[in-house]
Design a protein around this ligand. Structure first.
Ligand code: UD1
Length: 445
């Protein structure tokens, strides 16, 4: 694709058109899956949604040009592009998965409700805005309804760096006199968002910041690598302690490639196993998938790793397993719903403990409509394997629950209609089309 230069408004128009074409709320109402077809073949995994969202926020920190490769064109990313365009950054697509972003000297300070309500990750604007602006106003974020999702750790950390934060009329209002000041901050829980926000705030702070008990997710490391490429001085990302020596400006223009999406990859792995298929994923980092691969092997799924590919195939029978979601390198909460679908036909009882988000078992009641025998008691899901699911109408309640229901549809007898399919488009690029390329029969309605 050629280079097309457009300004902020045009970029917004392009982004809107893309959302309409690829199915947001107005156009993508349901996915219809005909079950019983094994997935077979090779598929390339997209760039990581969660890295992309954080890195787009990090672009606020520079006045320079940034080129980002391996960007997934999904609706969450398009919303974030609209938000940063509102703040004065120019963004346009150089190619299908390559974005050009120009920073600005005239950075705006307000992220409006209309956009921020659509995206939980809009809370990641706060750190970089506080680092570059003395005043910022960010609407309290929206996002998936998977738990209460407080922001106390973000607040505690930013306050520790010298920001003054308040909530007024649904907006977080922040101010700081002069530069943020480096400090030692201990997180009570290794929150991904709080770690990323504080890292972005601290790169322009005066002096050294030490962040303790931080998240170790690969997306945190990706963000740190990107910030360092722009001229930040961050050490220790991927361990429990991150040290950041503040610099006055980030002045290096960069070209940066986002890591592959371990959750999209994981979802495709589970889909391959659930459909008794044989799929090879390309563009993956196998160690990032180890917490999932280990569990799939325990469930009698064959997982073969090479340098940047993973092949998944399923010798019968599927065995029951126990799962506890944990911060990385534990089993990811973002893969829990998909595993519940898979285990609903394993021979025996599986126990799933959800330790990260308290409201992440909503998929259970939809799976029950398909004949699954799933009980939920607080944070524990008990899955008694049944022989076969039956297709019916179900509804996605969040992004990963939506993907889980598509997987259930692949396994089921007959046809499954998944309503509220716009949730799926938030995080999976052309999910149905891509599954069809592996032999599934999925229609957009
Ligand atoms: C990120 C991911 C999301 C993933 C989650 C956990 C993005 C855009 N989203 O979400 O896909 O499911 O990590 O791996 O990267 N918490 C607090 N106080 C806070 C912040 C968090 O109590 O200030 C709690 C949350 O309620 C939750 C837990 O910490 O129970 C984990 O949340 P966190 O790691 O912050 O998740 P997100 O960054 O929102």
């Amino acid at each position: 694709m050629g280079i097309v230069r457009v300004g902020i408004n045009q970029a917004r128009v392009n982004i809107k058109q893309a959302s309409d074409q690829q199915g947001d709320k107005q156009t993508l109402k349901k996915l219809v899956v005909r079950g019983g077809r094994p997935l077979k073949g090779r598929i390339r995994v997209s760039g990581a949604k969660n890295s992309t969202l954080a890195i787009l926020c990090a672009c606020i920190l520079t006045e320079n040009e940034v080129v980002l490769e391996n960007i997934p064109n999904i609706s969450d990313v398009r919303v974030m592009l609209e938000i940063i365009a509102c703040l004065g950054l120019h963004a346009y697509w150089l190619a299908e998965d390559v974005l050009h972003i120009s920073g600005t000297a005239q950075l705006g300070g307000e992220a409006p409700y209309q956009l921020a309500k659509k995206l939980r990750a809009s809370n990641l604007l706060l750190g970089p805005l506080m680092a570059r602006k003395s005043l910022a106003r960010v609407s309290l974020p929206g996002g998936c309804n998977i738990g209460s999702r407080p922001m106390d750790l973000h607040f505690k950390g930013l306050t520790g760096l010298g920001a003054d934060l308040d909530i007024r009329s649904g907006y977080i209002e922040g101010r700081v006199s002069g530069r943020l000041q480096g400090a030692k901050i201990y997180l009570d829980f290794p929150s991904v968002g709080a770690t990323e926000n504080l890292m972005m705030a601290a790169v322009l702070a005066e002096g050294q910041t030490v962040l303790e008990n931080v998240a170790k997710e690969p997306e945190v490391v990706d963000l740190a690598n990107f910030l360092n490429a722009m001229g930040a001085r961050i050490r220790g990302a991927g361990t429990d302690v991150i040290r950041i020596d503040g610099v006055p400006v980030l002045e290096k223009p960069v070209r940066y490639s986002i890591i592959p999406d371990r959750i999209e990859a994981g979802t495709l792995m589970v889909a391959a196993a659930a459909s008794a298929g044989d799929v090879t994923l390309e563009n993956v980092i196998p160690p990032h998938l180890e917490p999932l691969s280990a569990k799939l092997r325990e469930a009698n799924v064959r997982v073969e790793e090479a340098e940047d590919t993973i092949r998944v195939s399923t010798p019968e029978p599927l065995l029951p397993i126990n799962i506890k979601t944990m911060p990385y390198p534990g089993f990811p909460t973002d893969m829990q719903s998909q595993m519940m679908s898979l285990l609903s036909t394993a021979k025996g009882t599986s126990i799933i403990v959800e330790n990260i988000f308290e409201n992440r078992f909503q998929v259970a009641q939809e799976l029950r409509r398909m004949g699954a025998q799933v009980k939920v008691e607080g944070r524990v899901g008990i899955v008694e394997g049944t022989t076969r699911l039956q297709g019916t109408s179900v509804k996605a309640t969040d992004l990963r629950a939506g993907a889980a229901l598509v997987i259930a549809g692949l396994m089921a007898e007959g046809t499954t209609e998944i309503h509220n399919a716009h949730f799926i488009a938030r995080g999976y690029r052309d999910f149905g089309v891509r599954l069809n390329s592996l032999g599934a029969a999925v229609e957009y309605k």
